[in-house]
Write a protein that binds this ligand. Structure first.
Ligand SMILES: Nc1nc2c(ncn2[C@@H]2O[C@H](COP(=O)(O)OP(=O)(O)OP(=O)(O)O)[C@@H](O)[C@H]2O)c(=O)[nH]1
Length: 322
């Protein structure tokens, strides 16, 4: 994570690029919020709804968010940088341990933590574990009671009461990212916990994740779609290279070379499909998303490799950005 250090923030104009010193109101606020919660509670969807553009990766399958992807909410009076963490897991592998470390480190550095609790579900041990980890930091906690459109009024009211008994939340906000209900209210609440500060990022930025991370996530998301087998933990995607090559019809075309790592031959067969049919579908779905992200046509080359136990291989984990 590349949070600006205290020194950088204190140093003000000395390190602030010229484009950031543009005019901003005296009481401007800027800072970081981090979403935590069990898998599938709606963290990514909520991040997208607040930022207003697809950045974090959502999926029907749990635990798809591997990388810490930030979205940035730009307002006239504030800049809210949203950090979308992978979520806590009971660490069984080196990957699991590193993911937890990333989350913990993040939680101590942000200005406010958003604990996402779905209105549809009873509070369980998973929620309690996450809330206790979050409460162990000195950071203010805000509860977002998510998916209220699915839960209805009565169940949402009960979820609010249950949440208020769970921890000393500074605020509780019922919200539906899908229906767009109370999303702005949540942003208002989070902004109120940010320090007075000049903007931290240029006004056009929606995320500072390198493009290759987003490209890899798009391929991963496409590869997981419609697969029932337990693939989420076993699938990792790496952008090996991007290269601009002359196109047939003149000009040039961006070639993107991607490797998908699975742990077993059987998983490779699932990903590739009969005669490569599934992989072609995955490639074309990912390609159109990547083209939308980059604003240009690309050539996408996806290779599938078996890397047994990649989750325990420090070298490969490092290359994959963990
Ligand atoms: N109806 C409804 N569905 C929602 C809402 N928010 C999220 N969902 C759905 O819930 C599922 C999980 O949402 P995500 O945003 O991927 O959840 P997450 O917490 O980021 O999940 P992980 O990446 O696994 O940690 C997706 O199918 C979403 O479409 C909501 O407000 N209303």
């Amino acid at each position: 994570m590349n949070f600006p250090s205290d020194d950088e923030l204190m140093a003000g104009e000395d390190v602030t690029p010229a484009h950031l010193i543009a005019e901003y109101p005296e009481d401007f606020r800027a800072g970081f919020a981090c979403m935590v919660g069990r898998p599938n509670v709606g963290k990514s969807t909520l991040t997208n709804a607040m930022v207003g553009q697809k950045i974090a990766i959502t999926s029907l399958r749990p635990q798809t968010t591997r990388h810490t992807i930030r979205g940035i909410v730009h307002r006239d009076d504030a800049q809210l940088v949203l950090v979308d963490t992978p979520g806590f897991h009971r660490p069984r592998t080196l990957l699991g341990k590193r993911l937890n470390d990333v989350v913990r480190e993040t939680l101590t550095q942000v200005d406010v933590i958003v604990v996402c609790l779905p209105a549809t579900d009873e509070i369980g041990p998973g929620d309690r574990f996450i809330v206790s980890e979050a409460a162990a930091t000195k950071t203010p906690l805000v509860a977002a009671i998510t998916k209220t459109d699915l839960a209805g009024k009565e169940r949402t009211a009960r979820a609010l009461i249950e949440a208020s008994q769970l921890a000393d939340f500074a605020d509780l906000v019922p919200v539906s990212a899908v229906a767009g209900h109370q999303v702005d209210t949540l942003t208002d609440v989070l902004v109120s916990y940010l320090p007075k500060s000049p903007p931290l990022y240029p006004s056009g930025d929606i995320t500072d994740e390198p493009e290759n991370v987003l490209i890899a996530e798009f391929v991963r998301e496409a590869a997981l779609e419609g697969v029932r087998e337990e693939l989420p933990h076993s699938l990792a995607v790496l952008v090996e290279e991007t290269r601009r090559l002359p196109a047939k019809n003149g000009g040039d075309l961006l070639h993107v070379y991607v490797t998908m790592y699975v742990e077993r031959e059987s998983q490779k067969a699932i990903v590739i499909g009969r005669g490569g049919s599934r992989l072609r579908e995955v490639g074309s779905r990912a390609r159109s998303q990547i083209e939308a992200l980059l604003g240009e046509k690309i050539y996408l080359d996806v290779h599938v490799k078996v890397a047994k136990d990649w989750q325990r291989d420090p070298k490969l984990l490092g290359r994959l950005g963990f």
